[in-house]
Design a protein around this ligand. Structure first.
Ligand code: HEC
Length: 255
């Protein structure tokens, strides 16, 4: 674009917008850099998905719905019988054909938290599995926040640390970096304050299962797509060999 055709005022505005975008970009990058662990979820692991479903129903559905997910579809995909479904997962529904909605009204949620907890049906596609994995491992004590905690991945998050009983609580250690006058705060490490019911490894696995479940509900077809993909490849291979043999057979006599 030829900027000389812009009026000085417009050019200043454009520069401000560009500078703002760059600043926002680096803020996001440094926020994302605070914890950059990989979730390593395996949506093909049905046992992990089953544990994740149990975690989600028990620890997340107090506030978050998954309104595009139907209980009976879940049971079918995760190899759960109807009785197991009713006994272990359907606390918020009467019939297996219902979707995973919750009773909390958005208006009440806004009054309590300031923000309504988002529906989590598509969150893994929206944010990515690694982000959610680090988000659920990124809570630290911060007395200046109404909930008493802050989050490395989502600064000033409105979500309380609902898994503190399992993980325990942490303080975050920050350090100042850079030249004088142009320093910025960087995250150094977590220090455990109180212990939780789970060891750090068990907690990571708990979060990994939960994120695997969110990745699965974000695209329930993916399990079937992978199975189907392998079958298509196997078919193509067999068909390819057959056609080759057939071609040889036909051309044998045409010489
Ligand atoms: C007590 C209510 C409550 C519970 C229980 C809860 N959350 Fe939240 N959650 C919230 C609120 C409120 C927000 C909105 C945070 C914001 O935007 O600041 C949120 C936001 C999120 C987000 C979006 C973060 C982002 O970057 O926008 C994810 C992911 C999430 N929660 C996952 C979970 C999972 C997984 C569980 C279960 C282990 C859970 N939550 C349990 C209240 C809750």
């Amino acid at each position: 674009m030829n900027t000389t055709i812009l009026q000085p005022r417009a050019r200043r505005m454009l520069l401000t917008v560009v500078a703002g975008l760059l600043a926002a970009g680096s803020a996001v990058a440094s926020g994302g850099g605070a914890l950059a662990d990989h979730a390593n979820v395996d949506v093909g692991n049905v046992a992990s998905l089953q544990r994740g479903a149990r975690n989600f129903v028990n620890y997340c559905m107090g506030c978050h719905s998954a309104q595009y997910v139907r209980y009976n579809r879940l049971a079918q995909d995760l190899g759960i019988s109807e009785q197991q479904l009713i006994d272990n997962l359907m606390f918020a529904a009467q019939k297996p054909t219902e979707t995973m909605t919750i009773a909390m009204r958005p208006a009440d949620a806004v009054r309590w938290f300031g923000v309504a907890p988002p529906d989590l049906s598509l969150i893994a596609r929206n944010r990515g599995a690694d982000y959610i994995y680090n988000f659920l491992r990124g809570f630290y004590l911060d007395p200046t926040r109404p909930s008493g905690v802050n989050n490395l991945m989502l600064p000033n998050a409105a979500m309380p640390h609902v898994l503190a009983g399992l993980q325990g609580t942490h303080e975050a250690v920050f350090a100042e970096e850079g030249e004088s006058g142009a320093t910025h705060t960087v995250f150094r490490e977590f220090r455990q304050v109180t212990a939780g019911q789970l060891s750090p490894e068990e907690y990571d696995q708990f979060v990994r299962d939960t994120v695997a479940f969110l990745a699965y509900i974000g695209e329930p077809m993916q399990l079937e797509r992978q199975r189907l993909g392998l079958m298509v490849l196997a078919f193509l291979l067999v068909f390819g060999i057959l056609s080759y043999l057939l071609k040889k057979e036909i051309w044998k006599d045409v010489r």
